[in-house]
Design a protein. Structure first.
Length: 610
């Protein structure tokens, strides 16, 4: 687990993260069987680092991040057991009372599927009671879930829409066509040949006519196929008999040639035609800027946050970039500023970006960053920004870092346990963001009537004024409500004598909870023995407070009063014997609530009917 997390794998319910989660939870379960009640697994990380850190240099630097991820997973597993154990115990009791002493497989699967209780954990507890698990039923339920998942998965959709060939010979010809991508060196091919065409249903055809959508396979192409987080290229294809636009690229068969997703704009394109393939160069340049910036960002994150930072996903599009990475906690604003500055410093150096194809072992020995789980052949493409970044990457990049122009971080957030996300823009996108911020800043200065550099002080003065005026308005409302005028008596008499005690049941709209508390305290302060019930409507919602003088709480408890009357306005609440509050959602019933409050208090005082 320590090595996996150190390499960027995070516990999850999918793929390699699921394998890691199963390994960890099995270890946690065995710990519980040994009597370990508190999280313990994270403490063993130090053992691994101590024993193996000398041979694996990255391990000590990843220690803190690994510990945080493991401890977080332990706490989540405890939450799973807290929620699932009561239901599991109930299931075990029912199985023990049944004639066959078996746990129904479908119910065991529901515990696993809805609450995450591991089936081997369930099986262990069942074995301790000499109960058996209906494994066949469990597997049937599991397979049914898999079928439902497959039916909705993009993988299955792709399978359902696999390319259909005109014949076995046509399939063989396509499968033998090499994938000739020339897009690293150029954005256009003047003398390509259409190897095959497919219509919108992916059935092979001889031609596509104007307005038709489909797929075009050429003998070579400058169009990049989405991979490594970088989106596919877009552009145009022109033939002597017609033209088409390209909005994406897919594989015809695994490892086979690329199929350009096209819409024919004029006349027709036929199989065997000579074509010119042209990538949208402006869009490609924007993607290049964002991809190289992603490498700079990765290196800057490792410099500022530590070597535990490992890529966990990315998106490189023409308008933005997104980088997910292993990091146990949110990044402070000061660190984000340093990261952004580091990237822009590298941009200003205008360092040449170099790409080389090297033997994989040589590249890894040189320290090139690789993605965990990626399959690399004997040789790899290495993208280097000398002195700053070295990564294995098949994407397209700028010639020099200065081509990026400007780098601006637009957001930082958490996307999963132990995984953070940074989003950013470059080039024109960064300029537009900077320009929009400048316009907004100057509009703010104009609205505040402040000079440059005085905006914060002006806003703080306004906030102080708002707080003071809000306080004064609230005080004025409380004083006005103290008189009980206007709607204050709605729903009943304002002050009622009940067997030596007083009841004030009053509506006081316009007051928030704090205002109601203040009013209740003021009214109660005027009583020697009494109960105050206040209700207020604000934005369609009801606030309710009940306050009782201390000499009455032996008979009338505020929390009990609230529990009895709050449901009238569709709410609930509670509190201390001398003070309680509640909320509600039906202001139309406030009058009924105030009337009922008299009935409730009279009953508690023993004066009903008196």
């Amino acid at each position: 687990a320590t090595f996996l997390i150190g390499d960027g794998v995070i516990p999850s319910n999918e793929w390699r993260g699921y394998v890691l989660r199963k390994i960890m939870r099995r270890a946690m379960r065995h710990g519980k069987r040994l009597g370990l009640r508190d999280p313990f697994l994270h403490r063993l990380v130090d053992v691994v680092v101590r024993e193996m850190g000398g041979a694996y240099a990255d391990l000590p630097g990843s220690r803190d991040a690994v510990v945080n991820v493991v401890k977080g997973e332990e706490e989540r597993f405890d939450a799973v057991l807290t929620a699932g154990l009561p239901r599991l115990e109930e299931l075990l009791d029912r199985a023990a009372a049944s004639p066959d002493r078996r746990l129904p497989g479908d119910e065991v699967f529901r515990l696993y599927d809805s609450l995450g209780v591991p089936v081997d954990f369930i099986e262990d507890l069942a074995g301790e009671r000499q109960l058996t698990l209906d494994r066949a039923g469990y597997e049937r339920a599991m397979e049914g879930q898999r079928e439902r998942a497959r039916a909705g998965s993009s993988f299955d959709q792709k399978k359902a829409t696999a390319f259909a060939f005109a014949s076995d010979a046509a399939r063989a010809a396509i499968e033998q066509t090499p994938d000739r991508f020339v897009g690293y060196d150029t954005t256009s091919v003047d003398d390509g040949t259409v190897v095959a065409l497919f219509d919108a249903t992916r059935a092979q055809v001889e031609a596509l006519t104007a307005g038709a959508q489909g797929f075009l396979v050429a003998d070579r192409t400058p169009f990049y196929l989405e991979a490594g987080g970088q989106v596919s290229d877009a552009g145009t294809i022109a033939a002597a008999a017609g033209d088409a636009t390209v909005d994406g690229v897919v594989r015809v068969v695994p490892g086979g040639p690329r199929a350009h997703r096209v819409t024919v704009t004029t006349r027709l394109i036929e199989a065997g035609s000579r074509v010119r393939l042209s990538v949208d160069a402006g869009r490609r340049d924007a993607i290049r800027r964002n991809h190289t910036a992603t490498h700079l960002l990765h290196a800057a994150l490792r410099q500022v946050l530590g070597p535990h930072v490992k890529q966990a996903g990315s998106l490189v599009a023409p308008d933005r970039l997104r980088f997910d990475f292993v990091q146990p906690s949110a990044i402070p604003a000061e660190a984000m500023a340093r990261i952004e500055r580091l990237v822009n410093d590298e941009v200003l150096k205008n360092t040449a970006v170099t790409t080389e194809v090297k033997p994989t072992a040589e590249a890894m020995a040189a320290g090139a960053m690789a993605l965990f789980g990626e399959k690399y052949g004997d040789t790899v493409r290495v993208v280097s920004i000398p002195g700053f970044s070295l990564e294995l990457c098949g994407g397209t990049h700028v010639r020099a870092t200065g081509d990026i122009g400007l780098f601006a971080i637009t957001g930082e957030s958490g996307v999963a346990a132990g995984v953070r996300r940074v989003e950013a823009v470059t080039g024109t996108g960064a300029y537009e963001q900077f320009s929009a911020q400048q316009r907004g800043y100057h509009e703010l200065l104009h609205a505040l009537g402040a000079e440059a550099g005085q905006a914060r002080a002006a806003v703080e003065r306004l906030q102080g004024d708002v707080k003071r005026l809000t306080r004064e308005l609230q005080d004025a409302k409380v004083k006005a409500a103290m008189g009980g005028g206007g709607s204050a008596t709605a729903g009943g008499d304002d002050r009622i004598a009940l067997n030596g005690a007083s009841l004030i049941a009053r509506r006081a709209d316009g007051l928030d909870r704090a205002g109601l508390r203040s009013l209740a305290d003021s009214l109660k302060g005027q009583m020697t023995s009494g109960v105050v019930v206040l209700a207020s409507e604000d934005d369609g919602k009801v606030s309710l407070v009940v306050s009782v003088t201390k000499n009455l709480i032996g008979k009338v408890q505020a929390g009990q009063v609230v529990k009895l009357i709050a449901p009238i306005v569709g709410g609930g609440g509670g509190g201390r014997p001398d003070f309680a509050e509640a909320g509600g959602k039906d202001p139309g019933k406030i009058a009924d609530l105030l009337k009922e409050s008299r009935v409730v208090v009279e009953r508690m005082l023993g004066t009903a009917g008196g």
